[in-house]
Design a protein around this ligand. Structure first.
Ligand SMILES: *[C@@H]1O[C@H](CO)[C@@H](O)[C@H](O)[C@H]1NC(C)=O
Length: 431
């Protein structure tokens, strides 16, 4: 091959690759101040939770359900999904025992990442569970007990150095996973928006909050020592702690050893998260009280992210169960609407709210996964409309920013050209 032909082909290849990247919006989501950024514009997203994706995808005959979920989600303009990248011990897990992994389950997660990319959906991958489903703190602590550690509480997950070693090994294994479908190592994959340290970390044995604070600091710097591409969040529900006594009257009455302000201030934590289940947290209050709680809860967290933390905020879980007494789909739509209006109003005015992820999306034929909170986009049409409407509105904000930015770039370019012209005016060039 002649050298200039080879060069031309190389340039063409690079051009096409660049073009492909742009078409797919396939870059890392970053944070800048209180905003998420993607390809130079603020990123706002409506999205969903679907904890079951890896588990279902680990059985190749069930993969169409995963694809259907992503297809329906993208059809409704949803662009972020939060899911579990853990399943520790027990029957058919991802991690059989510390450091020993189930390749079949890992291929399920590879498939989830590949499908998300295909449908233009970014992922938040959670790395462990506070609760016992899919193993959780309890399983890690038991593994350490089997190795002779004397541990008295599941909260020793946050304290014991052997357990912390097991957990760090899991972090390292996930981040360095080579995706057998896409060929991209997870820590280099822009399909992943963020890592989450744990689903709803709680340490009731230390209400001072010091244990969780130290654990998040240690684990955040560990994640960052492996992966500086991706954002990181802690997985918190947003309860206030000792660092913000002026807020504590907002808490729904339990102290679980976390601190929204102090925990999210940790440098390796890139954005704050908040969950909200007024139907569970205020189960003896009426609907109206629950909704007004929700409204204040979101206002406070959006403001605190903006003015105290100076970081973006994602509402990473909210929902309403049809198992609640007196439930109607209208009530659920109303709750979704409150969350969506809060996010939209903040985003529209340049505030810290970046988006919301409802709990939880199911595809058809998944009755055994119903937990009361499930939404089937192709069947629950009123809720699906509320969801799609929000997605559309958030995309519009992003488009307005993108247009304004292009306009400014164009003006700046024209300004420079103008300067150059006027700078040369009157001078006799080439004489
Ligand atoms: C969603 O649709 C399914 C299937 O049609 C139905 O069984 C369920 O009751 C609906 N859920 C709500 C909350 O309306």
């Amino acid at each position: 091959m002649k050298p200039h032909l080879a060069l031309a082909l190389l340039l063409l290849f690079l051009f096409l690759q660049q073009k492909w990247l742009l078409v797919n919006g396939d870059m890392f989501i970053k944070s800048r101040g209180i905003h998420f950024m993607l390809n130079g514009s603020p990123f706002y997203a409506n999205g969903f939770n679907a904890y079951w994706l890896m588990y279902v995808a680990s059985d190749p005959s069930q993969r169409p359900k995963v694809s259907a979920a992503f297809r329906e989600a993208s059809r409704h303009d949803l662009s972020v999904a939060r899911t579990w990248a853990f399943s520790d011990g027990g029957y058919n897990p991802l991690q059989y025992s510390p450091g020993s992994y189930n390749e079949q389950m890992f291929k399920g997660l590879d498939f989830v990442v590949a499908e998300a990319r295909r449908y233009g959906i970014k992922l938040i991958l959670s790395l462990a569970n506070n609760y016992e489903s899919f193993g959780g703190k309890n399983q890690y602590v038991n593994w350490a007990r089997n190795q002779g550690q004397y541990l008295t509480s599941d909260d020793d997950f946050f304290r014991n150095s052997v357990v912390k070693g097991f957990y760090k090994n899991h972090i390292r294994t996930i981040l360095n996973r080579y995706n057998t479908i896409t060929g991209v190592v997870y820590k280099n994959d822009p399909t992943i928006m963020a890592w989450e340290l744990m689903n709803e970390p709680r340490c009731t044995s230390d209400p001072s909050g010091r244990t969780i604070q130290a654990w998040i600091m240690e684990m955040a710097s560990y994640v960052k020592s492996i992966d500086r591409n991706h954002l990181l969040e802690a997985g918190l529900e947003g309860f206030y702690g000792q660092s913000s006594s002026w807020r504590n009257n907002l808490n729904p009455g339990f102290n679980i050893g976390t601190d929204f302000i102090a925990n999210n201030r940790i440098p390796g934590i890139d954005f704050a998260t908040v969950h909200s289940y007024p139907d569970q947290w205020l189960s003896s209050s009426n609907d109206q009280k629950q909704l007004s709680f929700l409204s204040n809860w979101l206002d406070a967290h959006i403001q605190d992210a903006q003015y105290i933390l100076h970081k973006p905020l994602f509402v990473t879980e909210f929902g309403k169960s049809w198992k609640d007494s007196g439930f109607s789909p209208y009530q659920r739509d109303m709750l979704f609407n409150i969350v969506y209006v809060k996010i939209y109003e903040s985003a529209k005015h340049g505030g810290a709210a970046g988006g919301g992820l409802f709990w939880q999306l199911l595809a058809q034929g998944m009755d055994s996964f119903r937990d009361g909170y499930e939404v089937m986009l192709d069947q629950n049409s009123s809720t699906a409309n509320v969801i799609a409407h929000q997605a559309h509105k958030l995309h519009q904000i992003r488009n307005i920013f993108a247009r304004t930015r292009n306009m400014e770039m164009w003006k700046r370019a024209r300004g420079r050209r103008g300067q150059w012209l006027s700078g040369n005016k009157g001078k006799r060039i080439g004489n």
